[in-house]
Design a protein. Structure first.
Length: 265
């Protein structure tokens, strides 16, 4: 889709780095706001190395009191496997870290989901009263490979028996960086959006030493304070713009706020 005439992002070129197949929601919002989009996926969402372990855990779902889904990718990967084998146990409570994961669960017919309503991270989920008293409860966490241990460790410390189910893994795609590097060299790229720490590090590695010099001078929109800290560690020159949550609408709002602030200077 071409950029619209006018709009709050008119004249702005945005790098969208969501995984292939998950780009268009954000890209189309940017284009409707008048911006131009360069699509450059920095993550691949792959099946787990040990699919048998996931299947075995799904077959034992009746033993759990609560299932937590870390991300929309975790929902989509896990629920497709679950639906192919069985129904969710009727007594199983379901929780999600963010609004995007809760929305993905509703697509699978799971309407009653415990989820935070303000911040959308593990800390916010752990602060909910439903997760305060978990002593003796059995909890399964559906996540990607190498996920944060905060949920598991905190719930275990509160007395729960916790198991993790790795239902996908993140890979770095093979990418042709030449168009991106040309855009950077010509000053055609105005702002970058990245939605995970691993995606940020993949982008940094993919563009190489010369691209890194341009990348760190480019404004960047991220979706968590952890990502903002990772930007600072990599030497980004502009203060990272932190969207309120990882969803497309929040990222678009952050882009529009950045553009409005730049126009006011």
């Amino acid at each position: 889709m071409a950029a619209s005439d006018g709009g709050p992002l008119a004249g702005v070129t945005v790098l969208v780095t969501r995984p292939a197949g998950q780009t268009e929601g954000l890209a189309q919002r940017i284009e409707r706001a008048g911006g131009r989009v360069m699509r450059f996926p920095v993550l691949e969402i792959l099946d787990p190395v040990d699919g048998g372990a996931l299947l075995a855990l799904i077959d034992r779902l009746d033993a759990f009191d609560l299932a937590i889904f870390i991300s929309p990718n975790a929902v989509n990967k896990a629920m497709n496997v679950i639906r192919a084998r069985r129904a969710l146990p009727p007594g199983l409570q379901v929780a999600a870290v963010g609004r995007g994961s809760a929305k993905a669960l509703r697509h699978f017919g799971v309407a009653d989901v415990i989820a935070p309503s303000g911040k959308f991270d593990s800390e916010a989920l752990l602060a909910l009263p439903e997760l305060a008293e978990v002593h003796g409860r059995r909890i399964v966490i559906f996540r990607g490979d190498g996920g944060r241990e905060l949920l598991s460790e905190t719930l275990s410390a509160r007395g729960a028996a916790v198991e993790t189910a790795e239902c996908y893994r993140r890979g770095r795609p093979q990418a042709d960086t030449a168009p991106l590097l040309r855009a950077m060299a010509r000053g055609e790229l105005d702002v970058v959006t990245v939605t995970s720490v691993q995606g940020l590090r993949n982008l940094y590695d993919l563009v190489g030493k010369l691209g890194q010099q341009w990348l760190v001078k480019t404004p960047i929109v991220v979706v968590s304070e952890r990502m903002a800290e990772a930007c600072r560690e990599l030497g980004f020159k502009h203060a990272p713009i932190v969207a309120a949550e990882p969803g497309d609408d929040a990222i678009l709002a952050a882009l529009e706020a950045w553009r409005a602030a730049r126009n006011s200077l």
